[in-house]
Design a protein around this ligand. Structure first.
Ligand SMILES: [Zn+2]
Length: 298
């Protein structure tokens, strides 16, 4: 017994070092300092009222299991543009540039504090959007998911409890997707095709599995950075910075206890007016990408 313990400790240390090293590599890739801050904000949500967002012991086990397996097979981080080139139609960060269309996407829903307000603004302006739903939040607030669908919006899969996919195993990611898929299928009547990985982070092997199951991974090329609890003016400036035909715009309609999305709600009518004044058609992801909201079940 003893003989095995020390090497195990050593191995753990080496593995932790490897994890840290890859985190730094990720940072240079997708600006993970922002991801880390967003992650902290997300985790703050679990500490407050949204207890269901805390991973269960079973999910923790999945995550730990994933970390253990990760070390052996961890691939190098890859840029989103490279992923989009490698998996055309299956990993997407923008739509066709030749049409003056853009898609609004809202992550981390449903959240009773903010999602109804976003839905009200969208209804008032007759805009349809795409909502990336967290499975555990959907289970906690099913009526809000049904409302999104009834009001003509598109639902996508944003994992079960918002882990960083690049830090969990392929198996753990599959469980995150499939369990959320089951919840959403029950609520909406279809299996959402569109998947957005939390923080946009995903590994090639994970994209490949999703592709093989008929999912389309969708990140974004316009980041409002609204999760930082920004005022509406700053949110609009952020959006205008990289906006162009075909853009997929990231915003949030749900957040943690420390997050204030009132800036998002205040910005939304202005954003819609701005986009329309520039001649943009505001569409859903199926309309932008020409692929239906649901995937074929296999
Ligand atoms: Zn998210």
């Amino acid at each position: 017994m003893r003989m095995f313990r020390r090497p195990r400790k050593l191995l753990l240390l080496v593995l932790m070092g490897a994890l840290l090293a890859t985190d730094i590599a990720d940072a240079s890739n997708h600006g993970a300092s922002a991801r880390a801050a967003a992650d902290t904000a997300w985790r703050a949500s679990s500490a407050g009222g949204a207890q269901r967002l805390q991973p269960s012991a079973e999910e923790d086990a999945i995550a730990v299991h994933g970390r253990k397996r990760k070390k052996r097979s961890r691939a190098k981080p890859i840029s989103w543009v490279a992923l989009q080139q490698r998996y055309p139609g299956s990993f997407v960060i923008w739509g066709p540039r030749r049409y003056r269309k853009v898609a609004l996407t809202f992550d981390d829903v449903p959240d009773p504090r903010y999602t109804p307000q976003v839905l009200e603004v969208l209804a008032r302006h007759k805009v349809k959007a795409t909502f990336f739903v967290v499975g555990q939040r959907a289970a906690a607030h099913p009526a809000l998911v049904r409302r999104m669908v009834n009001e003509g919006h598109i639902i996508g899969n944003h994992s079960l409890n918002h882990p960083v996919f690049s830090r969990i195993s392929l198996y753990a990611m599959q469980q995150q997707i499939l369990r959320t898929d089951w919840t959403l299928r029950t609520l909406t009547g279809y299996s959402p095709r569109y998947v957005r990985p939390p923080y946009g982070e995903i590994m090639p092997a994970q994209v490949e599995w999703l592709r093989s199951r008929g999912y389309t991974v969708v990140n974004w090329d316009v980041d409002s950075e609204d999760w930082r609890s920004l005022d509406s003016q700053t949110i609009l400036i952020n959006i205008k910075r990289t906006l162009q035909p075909g853009s997929i715009i990231l915003q949030h309609a749900g957040g943690g206890t420390g997050q204030d999305l009132s800036g998002t709600i205040a910005a939304l009518p202005k954003l819609i007016k701005l986009l329309r004044s520039k001649g943009y058609d505001i569409v859903t992801l199926p309309e932008l990408l020409g692929r239906p909201a649901g995937r074929k079940l296999q």
